[in-house]
Design a protein around this ligand. Structure first.
Ligand SMILES: CC(C)(COP(=O)(O)OP(=O)(O)OC[C@H]1O[C@@H](n2cnc3c(N)ncnc32)[C@H](O)[C@@H]1OP(=O)(O)O)[C@@H](O)C(=O)NCCC(=O)NCCS
Length: 180
């Protein structure tokens, strides 16, 4: 898909529309999931999350009606946890993942979360860079967390979301993102 960018009628990252994930999105989300992760969620996991889990908030990014990115979050009182985030492999590096992450952080803040956390593979430097950009720091390691290769998970965390320093940082990053 990336090769088509710039051609007339081709997908334009600026056209990304973010919306709540609905059941009809699940086949496209599952396809991106399969292209993105070595272990994938069971087929009914997204369905259960968006239909049954009141703590869960899932979003898709669409360009020209096609799902190209998605992400999910749990918010439990002041605690929020990013459960997943992925961009179609052919559209990476175009700040779509960043747009989804901002959506998740905004959602967590709007719902009153004071901190946000996630797990990321030790080898996944791309995702770690993205999270670091948004104020996440590594707080601990879960040894052998990923069962496919026994890889460690880094637990990353951003705290004091309600504080002025974090809000200002987020505002600045969002302004830069909008200019792209
Ligand atoms: C992680 C992922 C969601 C990032 O999405 P993306 O759209 O490709 O990334 P973006 O273009 O929004 O980049 C945002 C930031 O991520 C980091 N980043 C992105 N691509 C990178 C790369 N190739 N190398 C290093 N850092 C990178 C940078 O910090 C970048 O900010 P910058 O451009 O100001 O330097 C995407 O790579 C993906 O879907 N990966 C597979 C699934 C996955 O690993 N999900 C995370 C699970 S914890």
């Amino acid at each position: 898909m990336k090769a088509e960018l710039g051609r007339p009628g081709a997908p334009n990252p600026g056209d990304l529309q973010i919306a709540q994930m609905v059941v009809a999105d699940i086949p496209e989300v599952t396809r991106i999931e399969q292209l993105s992760f070595s272990t994938v969620w069971p087929p009914n996991a997204f369905y259960n999350e968006i239909k049954d889990n009141k703590l869960a908030h899932y979003f898709v990014g669409r360009i020209a009606s096609r799902v190209v990115a998605y992400g999910g979050l749990w918010v439990i009182l002041e605690d929020s946890h990013i459960t997943t985030i992925a961009v179609h492999p052919e559209l990476r590096g175009l700040h779509l993942g960043e747009r989804i992450l901002v959506q998740l952080i905004d959602e967590a803040m709007e719902r009153g979360a004071s901190w946000i956390t996630l797990e990321v593979r030790e080898s996944n430097l791309t995702a770690q860079n993205l999270y670091t950009k948004y104020g996440f720091t590594m707080v601990s390691t879960r040894r052998g967390y990923y069962s496919d290769n026994n890889e460690n998970a880094l637990v990353m965390w951003a705290g004091n979301l309600k504080g002025e320093i974090y809000r200002n940082r987020l505002r600045t990053l969002k302004e830069e993102l909008l200019k792209r």
